[in-house]
Design a protein around this ligand. Sequence first.
Ligand code: 13P
Length: 211
Amino acid sequence: MSNEDRLRDELVVLGRSLYDRGLAHGSAGNLSVKLSDGWLMSPTNSCLGRLDPARLSRLDAQGRLVDGDAPSKETFLHLAMYGERATCGAVVHLHSVHAVAVSCLDGLDPQDAFPPITAYAVMQVGQLALVPYFPPGDPALAEAVRSVASKHHSILLANHGPVVAGSSLSAAVGAMEELEQTARLVLLLDGHRTRLLDPAQVADLQRRFPG
Ligand code: 13P
């Protein structure tokens, strides 16, 4: 089996896993993975639970469709992540419920939208950037992502949902799962007196577990 065929299968398996656990629904969300000469992308309007490995959108090194179904309308957002992050091997965008709920809250810190509540949030999500609202697929959304992507591998699109870049599909999906769980905890703790990790504890985690 070629490396590309393995990545096609992995993208389909992880899409189904996200869907089966309620992290993706309907046709929301998109996944991509880098190849040596381009990318594989989930097709637009496809359900992440029912992707067909043979029909994934195959893009060349310029991001042009060369095979498969029409790509996600967020392709430019994914390409902005790859363009700004040399180590990026995969990108995941979801409309997972708790992260979307946080993306609708007023008064978030645009450089660090989650408070430092747990070690794993610091280690895997890092500093979550918030970008302003733009309609799905709008080139301005991709540009907003590009403007923060070199400093942040986790980005929250206001009133829309999260985007995570990782070195591999499994790393990006794992960090996205941590992001969703952290969003859930942030909402659960709302209104409760909360002890946050202090700046020295955050710096210690960043030193021990560099991105
Ligand atoms: P696509 O179906 O074009 O991938 O769009 C889904 C989505 O999540 C838009 O933000």
